[in-house]
Write a protein that binds this ligand. Structure first.
Ligand code: FAD
Ligand code: FES
Length: 299
């Protein structure tokens, strides 16, 4: 695991590319040659955008050893992710990054797999889809978006999938419906599916686990509880799996979806909402004050 802090004579942590997929979803390609050599599908990093910033976990959505870069795909939902959206342009540098963290996804000997990504979960499931393809498996991708205008990486998935089913909630592209409709379609066409991997919001992963349970298909999910240190020390990321307590940062983040207590995960995620709302409101107010000062030219 590497802990890298921005220092002036090191090119690491520079944002070398940025793409905006929508108003809220953006991609940062960050230079970190050492990290790319160590990164494996399913792992994540903890990032600090600036010296006084919050540490936030982000999945390594792609890594390129030749370019020496890792790719992060981020949804701007709260203070830190919006702050990064506003500040991280090409040529800027992140303050610190630690990783790769977490147990890499187990890419076993499955011959036929379905890789499911819902919304932002499309990005983190990509390295697993590619790894299965490289292992010789027949890969069926199921990607779900609320609507056509939120779609991203569909072409990238086509390169690593033998079949691709795109679902949109509103029917503006592909199959109308949730990813569970895509899973049902894939299972109906392929009764010999060995494994399903599903990444997305907890409610989506729960739906996927319930869709595969009657078929007895092993279903792995990637859990996203609130993480603080990422080293198994604080207990912030504890989740219940098979009536046992696990720490997602060191025991996961991948777990057997049929064993996960999703109700407990969702309740724990909801617990911090008031302070998250307060942090966002304070940040917005400070941005407003700064732009008022800039407009009047007074300090
Ligand atoms: C292993 C893992 C991988 C993740 N990968 C990605 C990713 O690739 N792209 C992405 O956009 N998001 C990812 N997340 C979620 C991301 O960390 C949160 O969206 C981010 O921390 C929100 O911070 P904020 O200040 O913008 O929002 P806040 O308003 O502080 O929080 C918004 C929501 O984000 C979650 N969250 C907040 N703080 C944390 C934290 N310290 N750790 C985990 N979740 C938190 C909570 O659900 C919270 O309700 C991942 C989370 C985990 C645990
Ligand atoms: S983040 Fe602290 S124990 Fe996992």
């Amino acid at each position: 695991m590497f802990w890298t802090r921005e220092v002036s004579d090191m090119p690491d942590l520079e944002v070398v590319d940025r793409k905006d997929f929508s108003d809220v979803t953006y991609l940062l390609e960050v230079r970190h040659p050492l990290m790319t050599k160590a990164a494996k599908p399913g792992q994540f990093v903890i990032v600090m955008e600036h010296e006084h910033g919050e540490r936030i976990p982000l999945t390594i959505a792609d890594f390129d050893v030749e370019r020496g870069t890792i790719t992060l795909v981020i949804q701007a939902i709260g203070k830190t992710t919006r702050e990064m959206q506003a500040r991280c342009t090409v040529g800027t540098r992140l303050f610190a990054m630690v990783g790769p963290m977490g147990i890499p996804s187990h890419i076993g000997k499955a011959k036929k797999v379905i890789c499911v990504g819902g919304g932002l979960g499309v990005a983190p499931v990509f390295p697993q889809a590619r790894a299965y393809k490289q292992s010789g498996a027949y890969v069926i991708g199921v990607l779900g978006f609320r609507s056509r205008d939120l779609m991203f990486w569909v072409d990238k998935f086509r390169q690593v999938c033998d079949e691709l089913i795109v679902c949109t909630d509103d029917g503006s592209a592909g199959l109308k419906g949730l990813v569970t409709a895509g899973i049902a379609q894939a299972i109906a066409a392929h009764p010999d599916i060995d494994e399903v991997v599903a990444i997305g919001p907890p409610i989506m992963m729960k739906g996927c686990a319930e869709a595969t349970r009657p078929h007895g298909i092993k279903t792995m999910v990637s859990l996203n509880p609130v993480m603080v240190d990422g080293t198994g020390m604080c207990g912030g990321c504890r989740v219940k799996v098979g009536h046992r307590v696990k720490f997602a940062c060191v025991d996961g983040p991948d777990f057997d979806g049929h064993e996960v207590d999703f109700e407990d995960l969702m309740a724990r995620l909801a617990r911090y909402k008031p302070s998250e709302r307060e942090a966002l409101a304070q940040w917005k107010e400070s941005c407003r004050l700064r732009s008022d000062i800039d407009a009047t030219g007074s300090a």
